[in-house]
Design a protein around this ligand. Structure first.
Ligand code: TMP
Length: 254
């Protein structure tokens, strides 16, 4: 059989041509990177967990009417998605100060923000994804004013749903990143939630203990990343069946 065509390889995922025009297969790798790939590792099982978790979040968001690129999960590491034109922005929503915001403003991590704050980085690895004001985005034509209004309201809906779901399993949603894509229906463009939503792209803190259950575990060498992601998956009830192993005692047959 001919090998399927690779469309794009990123740091944590690969996109292959899908079975029908307008579709792609999104493959989740075990690779973890941080600080613009200055730090790298292979974390066994991460891809499987993120495939499941992203499916869980995308289908949940679809169920409240948020359009996403997700079509269906194909297997342990792959999902079928709609091909979109990615808007070159990382859309970040913050509920509590952490990471680059805490550093930039000298705030203590975990400080509640007066309201959710949406910010944008220009997706360009060579430049290190710099934070950009909306003014730049409109002026350079990366997105229109209407797109930006739609993106902010989409991001805030994602935030409300995600915050509630995580709160329900004892986890505080500190911040997260999403990407948005466009599809064309004739002359009309529509926006869809794209890429992935997983502990790679969120900050998730246990409400009781403050334990970090996201990629900061890898960025800051806080322990076993797969353990943290497994804990998130377990609480949400989305653990893939063959990743858990419950040893059983031998039984005597008489
Ligand atoms: P930051 O505090 O480092 O700017 O990150 C904000 C959120 O965005 C956090 O949840 C992690 C996520 N994020 C990504 O998904 N990809 C990235 O490349 C970076 C820098 C952050």
């Amino acid at each position: 059989m001919a090998r399927r065509k690779l469309v794009y390889e990123g740091k944590a995922k690969i996109l292959y041509e899908g079975p029908e025009p307008g579709t792609l297969v999104q493959y989740f790798k075990d690779d973890a990177t941080a600080f613009n790939a200055e730090k790298k590792a292979v974390i066994e099982g991460k891809g499987v967990l993120n495939n499941r978790l992203s499916e869980y979040f995308m289908t949940g968001l679809q169920s409240i009417g948020i359009p996403t690129h997700f079509i269906k999960r194909i297997n342990m590491r792959e999902q079928l998605i709609r091909q979109v034109e990615i808007i070159p922005l990382e859309v970040i929503v913050r509920n509590f100060a952490a990471g680059s915001m805490a550093k930039r403003l000298g705030m203590e991590e975990g400080t509640p923000l007066p309201r959710p704050i949406v910010e944008f980085s220009y997706k360009d690895d060579k430049l290190g994804d710099p934070l950009v004001p909306e003014e730049y985005i409109i002026a350079f034509g990366w997105a229109s004013q209407q797109d930006m209004d739609d993106i902010v309201s989409l991001a805030l809906r994602v935030n409300d749903w995600m915050s509630g779901v995580m709160y329900g399993v004892g986890i505080k949603l500190i911040d997260f990143k999403i990407e948005v894509g466009r599809i064309y229906d004739g002359d009309f463009a529509r926006l869809l939630l794209a890429d992935e939503i997983s502990p790679d792209s969120c900050r998730l803190w246990d409400i009781e203990t403050g334990r970090k259950l996201d990629k900061d575990v890898f960025r800051r060498d806080l322990g076993d990343l797969a353990d943290a992601y497994t804990e998130v998956a377990r609480r949400l009830g989305v653990l893939p069946t063959n990743v858990t192993h419950t040893p059983t005692k031998p039984t005597l047959i008489n």
